[in-house]
Design a protein around this ligand. Structure first.
Ligand SMILES: Nc1ncnc2c1ncn2[C@@H]1O[C@H](COP(=O)(O)OP(=O)(O)OP(=O)(O)O)[C@@H](O)[C@H]1O
Ligand SMILES: [Mg+2]
Length: 423
């Protein structure tokens, strides 16, 4: 029996992978809207897609799933290129072509794997990665024998504006010539504009897909399918705690799930309960990135009234946010009253928000807009779960305050993660 626990202990790290994108359909949760939009782009000749959102929201995982899904249905050749700061337009396409050439040598996935024998015979084509026209001609040659999906991940890392302009021109050329190839650009950004300013010229050809934080239902999906894979059970309350601590960040869900599973297995239990999640949460807090810990500690330490600043920060972490994680000053009022157990004057909290968003050491909030349009957001998406967990651990907030706030949020749009019909 002990042997099984040890093996399972090890297996937790293969099922929950905070450090790696998902590669397996069964462990992939939700994201139906985003999947549908990208599949639409791939299925429409002349259409391309751009997937953008904050760090760690699951963009690479989503692209893995889509390509795996499409490859099962049709002979697609997929190339995946990670961009880096040294890349030029030409080096990007040279890397992509190398991938495509490699696929040619793998009959299972590439050109030999075509399911439609009537497709045109292979043509000769020269690999030209220097100009948008050269790339378009090359892709046209290749696409005569197999449909292509060309993915450029980490697109935000490209530093050369000319490479980005040329990429927009390429998309335009591929679209105008209706080449049977789909380009998928992926990057960390709040808006498409940040990734590719020239996008107006290719607006009709480029389907824009935003990757928001995950919904509670999607996070629950990660927990349930992971524990199911491990043949473990998780109690309802324990699962809800995990969902609340995650705050829409799948990376945190994976991290907490590993530690919670190991706490349960360490106690020789196949059922994860709330106390295992609590132990997992404390362990995760110890391992948290130092940069995030320091940002929080500095913001509280340098404050004139550390207790008030700490509570306002917690209220910021609990405030209702928009898709870009921004909240308005008024959204802090209700959680702050719940934390302090009494009403706090809006002027007081507004003053603290201003303090916390002043440039210089201790700045932990980003401020945008003026006057009535002023909004704030925590600098780093991982701060939100960190602040909440730290305050739960230090018993400054009860877990039921978290659960009550979550219950009051509309769950109407929660996708049904168990429905695999889109795949
Ligand atoms: N739909 C999902 N279901 C289950 N786990 C997910 C899902 N999406 C992402 N994850 C998990 O979340 C973490 C981040 O995922 P991923 O690397 O795909 O995000 P990303 O947006 O590409 O990140 P980055 O911006 O750093 O490139 C990983 O641990 C991954 O396993
Ligand atoms: Mg990624």
């Amino acid at each position: 029996m002990d042997q099984d626990f040890d093996a399972l202990m090890f297996q937790t790290g293969a099922v929950f992978t905070p450090g790696a994108p998902i590669n397996e359909r069964e462990l992939f949760s939700g994201r139906k809207d985003q999947v549908l939009k990208i599949v639409e782009a791939v299925s429409q000749r002349g259409c391309h897609a751009i997937l953008y959102g904050e760090r760690g929201t699951g963009k690479t995982s989503l692209s893995n799933m889509i390509t795996a899904f499409l490859a099962r249905r049709q002979a697609f050749v997929v190339s995946r290129t990670n961009c880096d700061i040294s890349d030029t337009y030409s080096s990007l396409w040279a890397k992509a072509f190398k991938d495509i050439e490699a696929a040619k040598r793998r009959p299972d996935i590439g050109f030999g794997g075509l399911r439609n024998p009537l497709t045109a015979p292979p043509q000769d084509y020269a690999l030209n990665s220097d100009t948008p026209d050269g790339v378009r001609r090359t892709l046209q040659g290749i696409a005569a024998t197999a449909a292509l999906i060309v993915i450029f991940d980490e697109f935000d890392r490209i530093r050369r504006p000319d490479a980005i302009t040329a990429m927009a021109d390429t998309i335009k050329a591929l679209s105008d010539h209706a080449v049977n190839a789909t380009v998928l650009l992926i990057g960390v950004a709040d808006s498409v504009d940040e990734l590719i300013r020239e996008h107006q010229s290719i607006e009709r050809a480029l389907i824009q897909v935003h990757m928001p934080a995950m919904s509670d239902g999607e996070i629950r999906g990660i927990v349930m399918s992971g524990f199911e894979r491990l043949a473990m059970e998780i109690e309802f309350e324990a699962c809800e705690d995990l969902v609340q601590y995650s705050q829409g960040a799948p990376y945190i869900t994976h991290l907490l799930s590993i530690y919670s599973a190991r706490a349960a297995l360490g106690a020789r239990s196949m059922i994860v309960c709330a106390e295992h999640v609590e132990a997992g949460m404390i362990r995760a807090l110890d391992q948290w990135q130092q940069s995030v810990k320091s940002l929080y500690d500095d913001a509280v330490r340098r404050a004139r009234n550390p207790a008030l600043h700490r509570d306002v920060l917690l209220a910021c972490a609990l405030a209702d946010v928009d898709e870009q994680r921004y909240f308005v000053a008024g959204a802090v009022g209700a959680p702050l009253s719940a934390i302090r157990d009494r009403d706090v004057a809006p002027l007081t909290s507004a003053r603290v928000l201003k303090d916390l968003s002043e440039p210089g050491t201790g700045q932990i909030l980003h401020r945008a807009g003026e006057g009535a349009r002023r909004r704030y957001r925590l600098f780093n998406p991982i701060l939100r779960p960190y602040i909440i967990m730290r305050n739960v651990r230090d018993k400054r907030i009860a877990k039921d305050v978290l659960h009550r706030r979550s219950a009051s949020r509309a769950e109407a749009n929660d996708p049904d993660w168990t429905d695999a019909s889109t795949f």
